[in-house]
Design a protein around this ligand. Sequence first.
Ligand SMILES: NC(=O)c1ccc[n+]([C@@H]2O[C@H](COP(=O)([O-])OP(=O)(O)OC[C@H]3O[C@@H](n4cnc5c(N)ncnc54)[C@H](O)[C@@H]3O)[C@@H](O)[C@H]2O)c1
Length: 344
Amino acid sequence: MTYGKVGMYGGKFLPCPHLGHVYTMIQASTKVDELHIIVSHDTSYEKKLFLHSPLDPISYVNRIRWWIQLTRDLPHVHVHEIYEEQTGLFSDWVKGSEAIKKVIGKPIDVVFSSETAYSTIFAELYPTAKHVVIDEKRETYPISGTQIRTDGAIKHWHMLPKTIQPYFAKQVVVVGTESCGKSTLVKNLALLFNTVYVEEFGRTFYEKLGGCEGLTLPEDYPEIAFEHKYQEKMALQQANKVLFIDTEATVTQYFLKLYLNQQQAILDEIIKMQRYDLWLFLEPDVKWVNDGTRTFGEQQQREQNHQLLKRMLDQQHIPYISISGNYEQRLQTALQHVHALLDE
Ligand SMILES: NC(=O)c1ccc[n+]([C@@H]2O[C@H](COP(=O)([O-])OP(=O)(O)OC[C@H]3O[C@@H](n4cnc5c(N)ncnc54)[C@H](O)[C@@H]3O)[C@@H](O)[C@H]2O)c1
């Protein structure tokens, strides 16, 4: 069946394009020679839609980038954005339709949506175009943007395209001084939540050197911090709702203080850019284990180091959860906080 040459598929796609949108886009793309996706935006109106949402408002730049990524193998699909002032009424669409016609720049033959309720307004705004309704009952992917805004993205994880999931994955970082059970806890949590984790790169760095912890150089520290961030970014692509991370740049800065009594502005910049959803700070009250790579085993020294790291986190006003007790208690407390984060 011929529908026409030029198709248009518009929406706010808030918070993001979901699989229902992708389905409509793919179906539409097979029916026309060229399909134009329009991302309508009005930042001040959109803020109101997120007032009761666990999510923060999402810029239209993100939404356009996601659509561009999703359609990268479809050369006949084009993505545009328009500013469309919104009050929530169909009458807002009049000006928007003018902007849509302008960005497409050629006669529109078909307008796609999943709503028969749009037929009247589309007949008015695009009188020569046919309105094709795709999956009106939303049976293929029963989801809406409103549901994701109301419940949060984690609850509708399987309705999010793979390319978009990393944006919404929760990031849990575990920090603490030496030998307080961080790496074991991180690995156990990853197993229990069926997801991936990021190891402390500083450790890998010195292992690769054959083990020279006591012999650090200032230039090691930015390299450790950069590589750690890169590992986080890569792991995020594989994360199943949540990513567990062993240490971060404050801990790198802390080790720089301990070993060389220095501080680096570049590490402070990395620290400022970090966005973790949950910080778990392990107290040094489990037995110190010398695994051959550790230096500060004496209890008084451990306490002092712990206070130093605590001060560094406090200076940044980081709302960490302190975790103490034996290994069993530590795991239970961590589990409780991670579950609460995912249920938010
Ligand atoms: N000015 C115009 O001519 C014009 C035309 C179309 C859209 N718009 C803009 O888009 C907005 C409408 O989109 P929205 O934000 O209400 O919705 P939206 O952004 O969530 O959805 C966009 C489209 O996808 C369809 N869709 C949503 N969930 C689906 C699912 N699970 N399966 C299949 N299809 C699904 C919707 O019916 C709609 O057609 C309007 O408020 C307006 O801003 C403007």
